[in-house]
Design a protein around this ligand. Structure first.
Ligand code: URA
Ligand code: SF4
Length: 208
């Protein structure tokens, strides 16, 4: 019998709650809930916007074309999907991939916050403007649009330590605008740099 760790148990509890959720209207039009998935010890937590068509079909995050690009970007910095955690702001697909509505974000985001509080990642990577503006709001960071914010790492204090927030473009955007792929690659390199930063500096404690 497999023994589950406490973190795994807590992640499964969240998943169970998501799978019976009716807090906004999206549960009626979805095929499957997409709770998110990944390594219970992940140091990096990726936040997308909402499931797309393929994700809705399979019940798993980033398994369509945007997901293929995400896998590729991860590989370039020496990470695999199994090493990280991948979630979305919304756990159900909005019809025709329309933008999330503010009331849907309000209803659904507590699940994402619970997942973050269980995983306690060192790096939070926000994919696209919706997840970036949600996370920036949470930490009272002013959001000036994704093209201005992308690639600028923010440091916040949470879980009694420093956590890095890296906003970047949504991989789906790069499927239509190849130029953005280079920007994404450049931003992803910063994830590797943060993870390699072993020595804790005074700057990491906000002492400048
Ligand atoms: N786009 C997202 O934002 N999330 C997914 O899971 C897939 C595509
Ligand atoms: Fe519940 Fe989120 Fe699905 Fe809305 S999108 S029904 S809040 S799980």
């Amino acid at each position: 019998m497999k023994v589950f760790s406490e973190v795994e148990e807590r992640l499964k509890d969240i998943e169970r709650d998501i799978k019976k959720c009716k807090k906004c209207n999206l549960w009626k039009v979805k095929t499957n809930y997409v709770p998110g998935e990944g390594n219970e010890n992940a140091e990096v937590f990726f936040i997308g916007e909402a499931p797309g068509k393929e994700e809705d079909k399979q019940g798993r995050p980033f398994v369509g074309n945007a997901g293929k690009l995400l896998n590729e970007l991860l590989k370039k910095i020496g990470l695999r999907r199994e090493d990280v955690f991948i979630g979305n702001v919304l756990k159900c697909r909005p019809p025709n991939n329309r933008d999330p509505k503010p009331e849907e974000i309000e209803a659904c985001s507590p699940y994402l916050l619970r997942q973050l509080n269980v995983i306690k990642p060192k790096v939070i990577v926000c994919l696209g403007r919706h997840s970036t503006s949600f996370i920036f709001d949470l930490f009272d960071i002013p959001f000036r649009g994704i093209s201005r914010e992308r690639g600028n790492v923010k440091k916040v204090r949470v879980w009694n330590r420093v956590v890095y927030i890296l906003p970047t473009y949504h991989p789906a955007a790069a499927l239509y605008k190849p130029q953005l792929k280079e920007d994404l690659e450049e931003d992803f390199k910063k994830i590797g740099e943060i993870l390699r930063r072993k020595k804790v500096s005074l700057l990491d404690f906000g002492i400048e």
